[in-house]
Design a protein around this ligand. Structure first.
Ligand SMILES: *[C@@H]1O[C@H](CO)[C@@H](O)[C@H](O)[C@H]1NC(C)=O
Ligand SMILES: *[C@@H]1O[C@H](CO)[C@@H](O)[C@H](O)[C@H]1NC(C)=O
Length: 365
């Protein structure tokens, strides 16, 4: 079911943390830098568009990127990809990055934008990415998750939602203005097709974003009876053919987003949620409230979802019928956890080739 995707990343990391010694995060800090192999260099094919620098004098609309020594990111014809980055999920992120590069015909035209928590060690994360991908064009940005935490109602926060999940609502602020379109990707997925095709998903006359839509999912369940029984709130979706959509794979027109100030619209729903409980789960429902029924559809082959299944019941999922361009381990289980535990699901074998973690016996001793 698509709704299993909700907050699954954070639920999972909470479990990891809660079973670890108090020194866990220190250990991660010390060890992740040299844990990963170097990926090969990937080259553009002959017919890739050349990328030209856009004049960038006024392009940084905030100064939180801490990127003094990093390359300019304002190139025309580049494909921009945004992901969140934290020490807990970096193994998944690395596999996702490798899969994007490996299946791209113009890998040198891709720029990655990594958003980290303000409390994360960004220089460590940056060094870890740079060690494995010395040729990658990327930037690391701080996301002030303390600011968003104030907007998240406590009931939801104790339900293990993670402020970094909300970073996707702030990409228009976080990224430089010269980035006008972004492909947002979760960390628990791999692409097996050219990201250029995903990036070219038509947004039509006025859609702000494209995402895989699931109109079979029972939309009612994402909101509380309080919401549906309120005469004005329940009209939110009137005249919209609102369907659930997955926010883990999105193509966002950042110019349209900025123009419509959609970050504020999302925040307004979060403010309301703090005053009266209108939905159960974290970062997804505000997206649905603002966009459902008005998005462009991403072909479902770009979200073969639910492969995480359920770790507790040991349930493995199969692919959905149809083509496969992206495998998404949404759900509670993650392939690297099952592989490490020697209890992989059959499809986890498709994730394994992208794992850059060095084999256990080659850890720095
Ligand atoms: C951040 O990571 C760097 C290694 O890149 C390390 O030298 C530094 O001590 C770390 N800072 C903190 C606050 O943990
Ligand atoms: C959708 O969910 C609501 C509330 O859980 C339920 O009352 C309704 O019958 C469901 N609709 C369908 C078509 O399953």
């Amino acid at each position: 079911m698509p709704h299993q995707k909700l907050s699954s990343l954070c639920i999972f990391s909470f479990i990891l943390v809660s079973f670890s010694a108090p020194t866990h995060s220190t250990q991660i800090t010390i060890s992740i830098l040299h844990k990963f192999k170097e990926a090969p260099k990937f080259y553009n094919s002959a017919n890739c568009p050349s990328t030209t620098l856009i004049n960038n004098d006024n392009n940084n609309n905030n100064d939180n990127s801490n990127n003094d020594n990093e390359d300019n990111v304002c190139y025309e014809n580049d494909i921009h990809v945004a992901m969140t980055l934290d020490a807990m999920y970096i193994r998944g992120s690395m596999a996702a990055i490798l899969s994007v590069l490996q299946h791209s015909s113009c890998p040198q035209n891709i720029i990655f934008h990594f958003v980290t928590s303000i409390s994360a060690n960004a220089s460590l994360l940056r060094a870890t990415i740079a060690n494995s991908f010395p040729y990658l064009k990327f930037r690391v940005y701080h996301f002030d998750d303390n600011a968003v935490a104030r907007l998240i109602s406590t009931s939801i926060r104790s339900a293990l939602d993670c402020p970094l999940n909300y970073a996707r609502s702030y990409l228009s602020d976080i990224l430089p203005n010269c980035v006008n379109k972004i492909v947002y990707l979760d960390s628990d997925l791999i692409l097996v097709d050219d990201i250029a095709k995903l990036s070219e998903t038509p947004l039509g006359q006025d859609s702000v974003l494209a995402a895989p839509e699931y109109c079979d999912a029972n939309f009612t369940t994402y909101f509380t009876p309080t919401f549906w029984s309120n005469p004005s709130l329940s009209l939110t979706f009137a005249n919209r053919k609102a369907c659930y959509f997955n926010t883990g794979v999105m193509v966002i027109d950042l110019d349209r987003w900025r123009l419509g100030d959609y970050t504020t619209k999302i925040e307004e729903w979060m403010e309301l949620q703090k005053r009266m409980r209108i939905y159960e789960l974290g970062s997804l429902p505000p997206f649905l409230l603002v966009f459902a029924g008005n998005i462009a559809a991403v072909d479902h082959k770009w979200n073969q979802h639910g492969l995480g299944g359920d770790n507790f019941r040991g349930l493995c999922r199969d692919l959905h019928p149809g083509r496969v361009s992206l495998l998404h381990w949404s759900g509670k289980g993650k392939p690297w956890v099952r592989l490490d535990a020697n209890r992989p699901c059959p499809l986890d074998a498709l994730w394994a080739p992208y794992d850059l973690l060095k084999p256990p016996f080659s850890f720095d001793s």
